[in-house]
Write a new protein. Structure first.
Length: 184
């Protein structure tokens, strides 16, 4: 059975902030720290994850993560532009960067949804405008996709769907790249 955890973090999406450095006292000691806004947002992610998934145990194997980041629609936009934003015809091209949104969630869920974010093998993330600013996140066990499905041919060739030739047969079936016969 596939393990999956879903939850929503209300409010505008935030990205992982860069580490900051501060000189301590008269000594030449420099302390590196994570910005307060980043720490607070990661704590919010943990809070909403645990509220929704109280009995969650960390996933042991490979992990897949999907994040939908919805930003507030600016009040100053016209009704026409607002409708286009809601219909996802206009996407937010503003900060935070999508990779920093992913990093916020990946780091915050360490030890909760999975043991370590190094287990994440697949990530899908999108930014859009929405009526309600929020981030929706789904973390699940990674299952190989159709592209990883193994194929065999009579000539002895073995490979994955991504290695097979898709347009060699008029009926759209996959073909062996070695002999061009139909493969299954």
């Amino acid at each position: 059975m596939k393990i999956s955890y879903g939850f929503v973090v209300p409010g505008d999406p935030q990205g992982k902030g860069r580490p900051r450095a501060a000189r301590m006292g008269k000594a030449k000691f420099v302390r590196v720290y994570t910005p307060k806004e980043t720490v607070d947002y990661e704590n919010r992610i943990r809070l909403f994850f645990t509220e929704r998934n109280m009995a969650a145990t960390p996933i042991e194997g490979p992990v897949s993560m999907t994040i939908y980041a919805y930003f507030a629609i600016p009040r100053s936009v016209s009704k026409k532009k607002r409708a286009a934003m809601i219909a996802h015809e206009i996407a937010p091209t503003k900060r935070p960067d999508i990779d920093n949104i992913i990093k916020s969630f990946a780091d915050a869920l360490n030890g909760l949804a999975y043991k370590d974010d190094a287990q994440i093998c697949h990530v899908a993330c999108s930014k859009a405008y929405g009526e309600t600013p929020q981030c929706m996140c789904l973390v699940s066990e990674y299952l190989p996709s159709i592209l990883d499905h193994r194929l065999k041919c009579e000539c002895g060739w073995e490979g994955s769907v991504s290695n097979a030739v898709a347009d060699a047969h008029p009926d759209g079936r996959l073909s062996c790249p070695k002999c061009l016969r139909k493969v299954t």
